[in-house]
Every structure is written in structure tokens, then in C-alpha cells.
Ligand binder design. Sequence first.
Ligand SMILES: O=C(O)CCC(=O)c1ccccc1C(=O)O
Ligand SMILES: [Mg+2]
Length: 368
Amino acid sequence: MRIEQINLYKLRMRMINPFTTSFGTEQDRDFILVEVMNENGLSGWGECVTSESPLYIEEFTDSSWIMLEKFLVPLLLKKEINHPDEVFNLFQPFKRNNLAKSSLDGAVWDLYAKEKGISLAEALGGTKDKIDVGISLGIEENIDDLLSNIQSKVDEGYRRIKLKIKPGKDVKVIEQVREKFPDIPLMVDANSAYTLKDTNTLKELDQFNLMMIEQPLTAGDLLDHAKLQQEISTPICLDESIHSYDDARQAIELGSGKIVNMKVGRVGGLSEAKRIHDLCRDAGIPMWCGGMLESGIGRAHNIAITSLSNFTLPGDTASSSRYWERDLINPEVVASNGQVDVPSGLGIGYDVDMDEVMKHTVEKRFIK
Ligand SMILES: O=C(O)CCC(=O)c1ccccc1C(=O)O
Ligand SMILES: [Mg+2]
């Protein structure tokens, strides 16, 4: 394929509910959609899953916009691409900026699958036609709000509940949750809010039979996570520490955790995600697919990668309606009984609703 045109759309889209983590509260999602077009006018779509501020990761929407416009789009434009894996290598000279890189990588993968007349899941080597999903719930001021939130998500059929924690909102909260829900599959995510000094607090979480604790320590850290894993029995799952194949390889070698949360954006795209998938599969490390409060376009990429065999744990890819009044794709993503069907249509397998995209677009740039 030859990439003849690349369109960038900056969107601002309000979620139904605010979402609170240890690093802050977000309700208005600022993110970028990328559309790559081949010589026949066929489009592939990708999502750059940044936020307005660099709180989860160092990238943010305005930085990625510049990264795309100034460095990445010019590299890809007018290039002859035989396989999407080439995109990752093309972008390698530029350091990090994985969310920006991943958006174009994902769009090229979508276009590649469409050109081949197959689904993105099939192009990636996926083997499942349904994926198991859980849901990630933000920190609540009020415990009753949290408990009723959990009840409604359990009733909807989600296959595990993930709760955000932070210092002061941890052991006591989980204790009350476990009192009301002694048996649900439950896990917590700290988003890097603790240090080794908090080992005793984190040890106390061992009593609650949690599936895992996600990213308790600093983003990027592998050594202290290995030390912590020696002290606690709850499996550690790494999120913010894994930006590449080599991070995953070193984490496995050091024993920094027992589970990997895959975010395609964080590792720079689907090609790298696939390599990490194969590495973890061969090392006996189970995985699941994380979320970044995506629109339907990013959500569709998450569904496709989760169809690979080593995604054995329920991920964070919840229904569109958990986030949006109206999503950007047709049909919307629907989790039923805690499962989402992997679409069999071409590419991402959902139609992009251009009217909805334009409704939320605050800036656009078409580059030929
Ligand atoms: O529902 C989702 O998309 C997952 C929500 C979530 O947990 C999250 C959302 C934004 C940034 C980081 C994270 C995380 O997994 O740490
Ligand atoms: Mg996380």
C-alpha cells in the first residue's frame, strides 16, 4: 500500500461520568483520531489515547499533535508499505512518544486488513470470537456510591471488577467492598501511587483474595516491583512500567510482576503488542488488555488484540455506553454477560460515524 493522505482530528468529548484515579479526575476526553488513506481512497483509522495533561504518561494531546504533524506523518506519507510491522521500525529513530506512534501504526494495520479483505483480529493472528471483559471503576468519595456502582456492574455481567486505590483510600475501602461482595473477582489499580515505604499497607491487601494489584509503584520502575513481589502474595500486574518488548523481557527476568496489562498505545502499536504477547505467552505470563477511556475506534483495536490467545484474563474493554452518550462507531461496543463479540467485518469491523466525529472535532488537518 502507498499512504497518499493522512488526516488528523483533535476531539474533545465529554464522558457520562467523571473518572478518578490516584493521579486525578477526568471527564472531558481530549484525544486525536488519525485516518490514513491509500491510493484508492480506502481509509484506516487509529486513536491516539492521550489526555489533556501528562498525568498517566509523559505524552499529552498537544504534544502528540505536534509529534504527529512534525515528525511521524512526514515519515509515513507517500511511503510504500508492504506490511504494518514496517511502521514500528520506520518510527524507531524517534524516542518514545508511543501513544502518537501507535495511532498511525493502528491506522495502517486497519487499512492493511481492509486491503486484504479480512478483519483486524484475523490480520493480527487472533483466535477468539468473543473476549471476556471486566470494568474499571474510579475512586469515589462516598463508599455507598462505590458499593452501588459495583452492584450494578456485577448485575450487568462484567467478569471482574477493578477498583482504583490511592494512599488513604485502600485497605479500609477494600475491606468494606469485600464485606458486601466476598466472592466477586476483584482487583485494584494504584497507578504508581505507592513506594516501598508502603510495603506494610500493600501487605495488608493480601487478606482480600485479590486477583492482582496493578502498578503499585513508580511508572517505569522494575527493581522495586521485584522487591515488593517478594514481600506480598497478591500477584503484581504491570501497566505504566511496560513501554516495550525489552521492558517486558526485563520485568519477567527480574520477577517484577506475574501479569501484564497490555495497552497498545503505551508500547507504540499493534506490532510491538504482538511481540510482547508472544514473549509473555512463552514465559507463562498471563495478560489482559487495559483501557484508556477510548472512543469506539481505540476500543475496536483493543478488541482485536484481545482476540490473541494469551489474553486469558478479562480486560478493561467495557461497553461504549459505560463512557459515552453516543460513541463514534456503528454498531457501538456492547458487553453482554461480560463478553464482547470480536467483529468479523473488514479491518476494525465497525463503521466510523463521520457525523459524530465532526461533532466533537475542535481542530483538523489533512496532509497530502
Ligand atoms: O475503562 C478504561 O478504559 C480503563 C480505565 C483505566 O483504568 C485507566 C484510565 C486512564 C488511564 C489509566 C488507566 C489505567 O488502567 O491505569
Ligand atoms: Mg492501570
